[in-house]
Design a protein around this ligand. Structure first.
Ligand code: NAP
Length: 519
């Protein structure tokens, strides 16, 4: 394998003239490998290969695709320390995080392989014919989910493994039967190339068609734009900023044939703290939230960026303890100088807003790209009137809002943009007494946490990682958990088909032994 090249199906190419390197934010220096951005012709070739591969890949059995996806997991594990070292070099994140994220990636891949091995995910539904029905006979109708076609996946800056090359979007699209073209994230192009090689090895070993997967390097928006505009691409997965996700959504909508864009974007993840519970366990919640706010230098989409509580002694005590816990935590290295600079600039804009009080923002490590966790405070009234303060500051930054009343708190929640998560810190009794707060939160988010922190997204069937716009572009779907497969399929009906021509999932004798809903 040649690390700086593109994977166009099973072929490595680097015909373009535009090159770039990744960056080690801890050492504050560029890494050695030179990556070559994909050219317009290479993009066309990757899409043409994916289109051809789709004709074969969509007809592979679920069991064959399960073998392929399990083989990807095995090949990623076989990369061992090479992958961990590359990940750390390109992100400044510690080895423990790299291994943890690799474990999550493997688990996600295996979850989709298990889903395929069982097979019922296609939602086979059979309306049996009733030719005696009057006044018109009822015909035999059978529906199932079928794959959309080639999917483009944009790797996330903050999850080089779990939401990038072989992450949740790729795993779910491949499971659905869609070839994938990854627009590699330029901040971790080396990690991406290693994983791309693992996917191609797995595809060859399990007999998957050339073009079932491609990985394209890029250091600007042009490659992604050409991919999203390409008439043969049928859907897009994205994790990143609202600005980027929205641009791609608009681009996809303007195509002669618009296509779905499943983008997971910004979120400030409001936390509501009610006084009885907060008073009972003040130091516990101060410690738990200090950890959650600063985890991974705050570079998580579920980072708690906003805490709402009633003004008064209980919240003041909590605030004082939270600030003292935060001061014990060292500044940490952000993923890339660009992300660090954006954090600094967004923080400055937020901190300069009228009435905002900075409670802590002390840099304990004076090193480039290291950011201190910062806590700021404002009155409910001023927060409500200032939309700038409703925006995400991606990094270890949290705004505490002192509300005058529960009614004001509810108005604030109602006026927030859509969010991935919200959390409620309360005793069961006070939660029952403030049910209108729970309802207001439910209207704005995809997941509501009771007495916990929003960071730590379990990969399981009932997880919802999505939410009303702009947390995601389609709140009906989740980017995490096996239901994520539903983003890449469309429902399809066979009417009056002979059994011999039906796919196995819909045959009368149910040879796959899956759940068939018969009506
Ligand atoms: P980003 O700027 O949204 O970029 C994500 C990917 O989309 C990159 O590969 C980028 O390409 C591409 N892209 C961006 N704008 C595009 C456009 N107009 N047309 C086509 N492609 C486009 O996010 P990022 O660089 O990964 O991180 C920067 C910021 O994103 C962070 O500071 C943070 O605010 C946010 N972020 C949020 C989350 C979250 O989960 N909420 C996660 C990660 C990042 P190039 O890089 O090649 O230009």
């Amino acid at each position: 394998m040649e690390l700086g090249k593109n994977h166009i199906g099973f072929t490595y190419t680097a015909t373009g003239g535009k090159t770039f390197t990744t960056f080690n934010p801890k050492l504050n220096q560029a890494n050695d490998i030179t990556f070559t951005e994909a050219t317009s012709e290479e993009i066309d070739t990757a899409v043409a290969l994916a289109t051809e591969a789709f004709n074969l890949y969509k007809n592979t059995s679920c069991k064959e695709r399960a073998l392929f996806i399990n083989a990807i997991a095995d090949e990623i594990l076989a990369l061992d320390d090479t992958l961990v070292q590359m990940y750390c070099q390109e992100t400044g994140l510690p080895e423990g995080r790299a291994k943890g994220e690799r474990g999550r990636t493997i688990f996600q891949l295996q979850s989709f392989a298990n889903l395929l091995s069982e097979g019922s995910w296609v939602d086979a539904t059979i309306d049996v014919a009733n030719l005696d029905r009057t006044p018109f006979p009822k015909l035999d109708l059978r529906r199932m989910d079928i794959p959309l076609g080639p999917v483009v996946v944009f790797g996330a800056s903050n999850f080089p493994l779990a939401y990038s090359t072989a992450g949740g979007d790729t795993a779910s699209a491949l499971a659905a039967g869609c070839p994938v073209i990854v627009k590699s994230h330029p901040m971790h192009a080396g990690t991406g190339t290693l994983v791309a090689e693992a996917i191609c090895k797995a595809a060859k070993k399990t007999g998957m068609p050339d073009g079932v997967f491609s990985n394209l390097n890029s250091s600007g928006i042009e490659v992604g734009q050409q991919l999203v505009s390409h008439p043969k691409v049928k859907a897009v997965g994205f994790t990143g900023s609202i600005r980027g996700g929205r641009a791609l959504l608009d681009l996809a909508a303007k195509r002669p044939e618009p296509i779905p864009v499943f983008a997971e974007m910004g979120s400030i993840n409001p936390v509501v703290m009610l006084h009885k519970e907060l008073e009972k366990n003040t130091s516990y919640w101060a410690e738990a939230y200090a950890q959650s706010i600063s985890l991974g230098a705050g570079q998580f989409c579920t980072q708690p960026g906003l805490i709402l509580s009633l003004k008064g002694e209980v919240f003041t005590n909590f605030t004082n303890l939270l600030v003292s816990e935060i001061k014990k935590i060292d500044s940490s290295c952000m993923l890339h100088p660009a992300i660090f600079e954006e954090f600094q600039s967004n923080k400055k804009i937020s901190q300069s807003q009228s009435g905002l009080e900075v409670l802590t923002d002390e840099n304990s490590v004076e090193s480039p790209n290291f950011a201190p966790p910062s806590i700021v405070r404002i009155d409910g009234d001023l927060f409500l009137k200032n939309p700038i303060l409703h925006q995400e500051v991606f990094g270890p930054y949290t705004l505490l809002v002192e509300c005058e009343s529960l009614a004001q708190m509810r108005t604030i929640i109602t006026n927030l943009d859509g969010q991935l998560t919200a959390s409620l810190i309360a005793t069961e009794d006070e939660a029952k007494a403030s049910f209108e707060i729970i309802e207001a939160l439910q209207n704005r988010v995809g997941r509501l946490v009771f007495n916990g922190v929003p960071t730590g997204v379990e990969v399981c069937n009932s997880m919802v990682h999505g939410g009303p716009y702009p947390a995601s572009t389609d709140s009906r779907f989740s980017a995490v958990g096996v239901h994520a497969i539903k983003r890449w399929v469309r429902p399809f009906s066979f009417q009056n088909f002979p059994d011999s021509l039906l796919p196995e999932a819909l045959k009368e004798q149910n040879p796959l032994d899956i759940k068939q809903t018969r009506i």
